[in-house]
Design a protein around this ligand. Structure first.
Ligand code: CAA
Length: 240
């Protein structure tokens, strides 16, 4: 039977590319999404993959949502924690809510999804968790103390959970994308983005599919000896 994967924030951008890559690999893929019903419907119509709505920052909603997926689709073997938001602004302009929402969703979402799915992976002796971090969690970024802290936290979370999962056949890895051609990056003011692109050695934004290929490898049988790692896919912008 095909393994079941959940991709959070899976209906658009990098998440959608990951869903398509894992589906092409033969997995049964479910997308989770947080808010945009119209984009989720379009995703399901175009790909044939189901989309389940819940807020990954809500612990109880994650437990209920993942249990529903397990009931309706099958036990979850692969989790890709991709859902994330930005609330950029310099510290002196950033509200507590801007801080808290980014921590709650971007970092809290990883904990909540792992709590929901890790026990079953342990019982079955096989699992793959891939957490989408960021170059800005590795290097920091002006105007992103919240996002950089959450993404940096994801990298620590990954290494800790990798140690706990290793003996149960569960790998836990992170991918640290650079600036990828998505709605999130398109929201960066144009003059700021131009300066950022000028610093990317490859000379362009990345493509969502370039991140998805990395996820695909980490979720494969061949990726079984890779755990606790961070794969940087950033056009050479930060060599870590
Ligand atoms: N280093 C030093 N100084 C900087 C700076 C930098 N990187 N960027 C801006 N400044 C300076 C500006 O020159 C300006 O100084 P002056 O007033 O002396 O001219 C001052 O800081 C204020 O800058 P802004 O006018 O830009 O301030 P703002 O409050 O209007 O906007 C901001 C601040 C929202 C952070 C804006 O600069 C911004 O959007 N920056 C981009 C942040 C970013 O890269 N976000 C990534 C989103 S995509 C993502 O996160 C995906 C991923 O994983 C990669």
């Amino acid at each position: 039977m095909a393994r079941v994967a959940i991709v959070t924030g899976g209906t658009r951008g990098i998440g959608r590319a990951i869903c398509e890559a894992l589906s092409a690999d033969g997995l049964t893929v479910v997308a989770n999404y947080g808010g945009n019903d119209a984009k989720a419907k379009r995703f399901s119509d175009e790909t044939g993959m189901p989309a389940y709505k819940w807020d990954v920052g809500d612990h109880a909603a994650c437990l209920t949502g993942c249990a529903k997926v397990a009931d309706e689709i099958g036990p979850v073997d692969v989790v890709v924690n991709n859902a994330g938001i930005t609330r950029d602004g310099t510290l002196h302009k950033m509200s507590f809510d801007d801080w808290n929402e980014v921590m709650r969703i971007n970092l809290g979402g990883c904990f909540n999804m792992a709590k929901a799915c890790f026990p079953g992976m342990r019982d079955r002796g096989w699992g793959r968790i891939v957490n989408i971090g960021s170059i800005n969690g590795q290097a920091g970024q002006y105007g992103q103390v919240n996002y950089a802290a959450a993404k940096s936290g994801i990298h620590g979370f990954t290494k800790a959970l990798a140690q706990e999962g290793a003996r149960s056949g569960i790998t836990v890895n992170a991918i640290a994308p650079g600036y990828i051609d998505t709605d999130m990056v398109a929201a960066v003011p144009e003059p700021v983005l131009e300066k950022i692109i000028a610093k990317i050695p490859v000379g362009r934004l990345g493509r969502a599919q370039e991140i998805a290929r990395g996820v695909s490898f980490l979720c494969s049988e061949d990726g079984g000896f890779v755990t606790g790692s961070t794969m940087s896919i950033n056009g050479g912008q930060h060599m870590y």
